[in-house]
Design a protein around this ligand. Structure first.
Ligand code: USQ
Length: 387
């Protein structure tokens, strides 16, 4: 298939591009290096220094024989994006091209505005490029479990049947998030749903939890091909942060009580879920929503796991409960459904002690690159300003 990957320079985008190329697809990888720029501006660069996309594609081709085409393009530029659709005519478009960090969008007005404009305009432009130039193209959009928040009832996969005064209708599941970034994902879903029900496009919206992991089979060919592994307070996700903190001898930063729960998954499962969504696509006129995670953990459970495995490897890992920079429930009911991707054939990589040890060993190779000033939270929700 001709597969377009928007946001291909990201933590998930690059390994996804390699995976599809390695599995025989024609891949066009698109990015404008926005995340790299924002990381530089906030002093939040990733642990590993990744070569640019063209260079990574060259290295990947020389080691594997598989080709990834690269185009440096801003998805908020409709003229260029629509030209690209006209020429490439993708059969599937995977949409990762968003500002992905909750703390970044909480910094100041300028960061909030960038997050809102980038994320929504990229989504709108994708929808229109599909409608105008590739109406058969299936859209696979990365959403987030954070759209649902943490309601006091079970979370379904996208939809809820509501009975009201004797009548029933299915609606998008009620959503209330804890950050502006997550709010842009809700708005994306609403935008997609409008165009699905009005113009009949085919969309899969994947509600993904926090991802962890540093390697994939293709990335293992060479360290220059590894995903952008962030451990800072802005772009780093929690388990990846805990791994780096354990290696650096910094107490694991559990925010608040630590009883907040999330649905986690291994980066290899993210890629497989996206592949399943492309190969078993949504129907025209369908917004298919699937919850993309494999197991739930509280922050305390995760921290305890990293501590136990790290100490077993001779690291001296301690845990600190620090003042929560975010506004979020720290102890809540959490029971989200997640069977749709399993039904499509997902065979999860669950988090094991061996898996944690393997990730710690990889981070240990880069121990000298850890910048200790990027660990503690620099962005606080309550004031809405950087501290
Ligand atoms: N947390 C800690 N200590 C830390 C960092 C985070 O206790 O050092 C806690 C947070 O308070 C939060 C949870 O860990 O309760 C998750 O935080 P996170 O930074 O790992 O994830 P989040 O900000 O929610 O965002 C990440 C990705 C985002 C994706 C989302 C999925 O950056 O792109 O959409 O995970 S989800 O969390 O399900 O919304």
């Amino acid at each position: 298939m001709r597969i377009l990957i928007l946001g291909a320079d990201g933590y998930l985008g690059w390994p996804t591009a390699m995976y599809f190329a390695a599995n025989g697809h024609e891949v066009l990888a698109v990015d404008n290096y926005l995340r790299r720029r924002l990381a530089r501006e906030t002093m939040s660069e990733a642990l590993l220094e990744a070569p640019n996309l063209q260079r990574r594609a060259e290295i990947f081709q020389s080691l594997s024989g598989h080709h990834v085409d690269v185009e440096i393009l801003d998805c908020t530029d409709y003229r260029r994006l629509s030209q690209l659709f006209e020429q490439f005519k993708p059969e599937a478009a995977i949409h990762y091209a968003e500002q992905p960090a909750a703390p970044y969008g909480m910094l100041k007005w300028s960061e909030a505005s960038l997050t809102l404009n980038n994320n929504l305009n990229a989504t709108l432009n994708l929808i229109w490029a599909v409608m105008e130039h590739a109406p058969e193209c299936r859209i696979v959009k990365l959403g987030t479990m954070g759209e649902y928040g943490t309601p006091n009832i079970d979370i379904e996969e996208g939809w809820l049947e509501v009975e009201h005064k004797g009548r029933k209708q299915k609606f998008l599941y009620p959503r209330q998030t804890g950050s502006l970034y997550h709010t842009t994902k809700i708005l994306d879903t609403d935008l997609l749903w409008f165009y699905v029900r009005t113009f009949g496009i085919a969309v899969t919206d994947l509600m993904q939890g926090p991802v962890y992991g540093i390697t994939t089979p293709e990335a293992d060919l060479d360290d220059a091909l590894l995903p952008n592994f962030h451990y800072d307070d802005i772009f780093g996700t929690v388990l990846n942060r805990f791994l780096v903190q354990a290696v650096a001898g910094i107490p694991l930063t559990v925010y608040g009580k630590g009883e907040q729960s999330r649905g986690f998954l291994d980066i290899r499962d993210t890629i497989r879920c996206v592949e399943l969504s492309v190969l078993s696509p949504a129907e025209p006129g369908q917004l298919r929503i699937m919850n993309q995670f494999t197991e739930t953990f509280s922050m305390n459970k995760l921290a305890n796991r990293v501590q136990r495995v790290g100490n077993g490897m001779g690291l001296n890992v301690s845990i600190d409960h620090i003042d929560n920079p975010r506004k979020e429930p720290e102890d809540h009911y959490y029971n989200p459904a997640h069977t749709a991707l399993l039904d499509l054939g997902l065979d999860p990589h669950y988090l094991t002690d061996e898996g944690v040890a393997t990730m710690l060993e990889k981070v240990l190779e880069y121990r000298d690159r850890i910048d200790r000033t990027r660990i503690l939270p620099r962005v606080r929700w309550k004031q809405g300003l950087s501290s």
